[in-house]
Design a protein around this ligand. Structure first.
Ligand code: GYE
Length: 363
């Protein structure tokens, strides 16, 4: 996943077309004037990114920038440093700059109705990538994301396997490193994990749970605090809402001489995490098609322009949907590394629904 640059070659072309088509679709409301007919109108896309908090995020940002550059799209890019007010301001700036398309990954789920209504009033289509909002879907064109609840469930099943292994501790004392408070991945990963926990061995206990804000440094600091408070015996399993926090926790455990002795699970499937699994310092991670997610968002636009995908005629499961998830453990880490990190997974971008595993659900 991290090795996006090389994988982006093919995607960029398609993505660029998709971006172009989407922007063109965005422009279609505007009557082509003789001045522009035959001339190529530079498409302006305003992208508000959550921040640069993790390996997954950096790869996501790189794919957007590469795709736009390849398509000659005028990309206005802003990094919100994980602050909602910065994203709302960025979107308002894009509206006043009359961009053709707005796309963003919402840092948290709530508080977007007003600015989304402003974009709609300005007739600028909005594409959500990666994370959900609790606003009405009529306020955005499409959303391609990950099934965060299923990721939480799979991380819990991963720990169940660890607990069944010979030499596993009798009692599970779990420490949880939560993602950004109020964000869709943190809310739903916690929900999925708890669902499996509640149905699992009643002796399992979440001893402590605190946000590390999806950063490596945050994961390390919070884990150091946990180790000080609960000592060696108090915590014997760690569930981190993303790989960067998991790697931070492993750093703290290493300083305590316990790296590889306390099973740590993460989510994202980033290169450094898979290398930590191969090195026996991490129990596993869950990845959810970030490569497909990035490109498919743009391909949807392309097909919307060419008429293969008309959002207004499609059922909800074709407007908001998930890709595929993979659980990576010591058993398949080598194969996963070969197929997803060292080389590009091959994806047919014209096959819009082939990899869809379901409609995004809202409880
Ligand atoms: O897991 C984490 C990033 O929204 C899926 O955000 C994304 C999450 C990802 O901070 O690394």
């Amino acid at each position: 996943m991290i090795n996006h640059r090389s994988t982006l070659g093919r995607v960029t072309v398609l993505a660029a077309t998709g971006l172009l088509a989407l922007a063109a679709a965005a422009g279609c409301g505007k009557k082509e004037t003789p001045a522009t007919s035959g001339g190529t109108k530079t498409i302006t896309l305003g992208f508000s990114q959550v921040g640069s908090e993790s390996g997954w995020r950096s790869a996501n940002t790189q794919s957007v920038k590469d795709a736009a550059a390849a398509a000659g799209i005028n990309l206005k890019f802003s990094d919100a440093q994980q602050k909602q007010e910065n994203q709302i301001q960025a979107i308002r700036d894009y509206i006043s700059q009359k961009v053709d398309v707005i796309s963003f990954s919402p840092v948290v789920t709530t508080g977007w109705d007003t600015v989304l209504k402003e974009a709609k009033a300005a007739k600028i289509p909005v594409i959500l990538t990666d994370r959900q909002v609790d606003s009405d879907p009529s306020l955005y064109v499409s959303l391609v994301g990950s099934d965060f609840e299923a990721e939480g469930e799979r991380a819990a099943h991963l720990l169940e396997t660890v607990m069944k292994a010979p030499g596993a501790p009798a009692q599970a004392n779990i420490a949880v490193l939560e993602g950004t408070t109020g964000s869709a991945p943190a809310i739903d990963r916690a929900k999925g994990f708890k669902k499996v926990m509640d149905a699992s061995d009643p002796s399992w206990k979440i001893v402590v749970s605190q946000t590390g804000d999806f950063t490596r440094d945050g994961g390390k600091k919070v884990m150091e605090g946990f180790l000080q408070k609960y000592g060696v015996k108090g915590i014997n399993l760690v569930f981190a809402h993303n790989d960067d926090m998991a790697l931070g926790a492993i750093e703290a455990l290493r300083a305590d001489g316990r790296a590889g002795k306390v099973p740590v699970t993460g989510i994202d499937g980033i290169q450094l995490a898979v290398e930590a699994i191969l090195a026996g310092e991490m129990a596993g991670t869950v990845s959810w098609d970030p490569f497909w997610q990035g490109g498919m968002g743009l391909s949807l636009g392309y097909h919307a322009k060419t008429g293969k995908f008309d959002p207004s005629k499609e059922p909800k499961e074709h407007r908001e949907f998930y890709g595929r998830g993979v659980v990576v453990t010591a058993d398949n880490a080598k194969e996963y590394y070969e197929n997803n990190i060292k080389k590009t997974p091959s994806i047919d971008w014209n096959d819009l629904w082939g990899r869809v595993t379901g409609q995004i659900q809202y409880s």
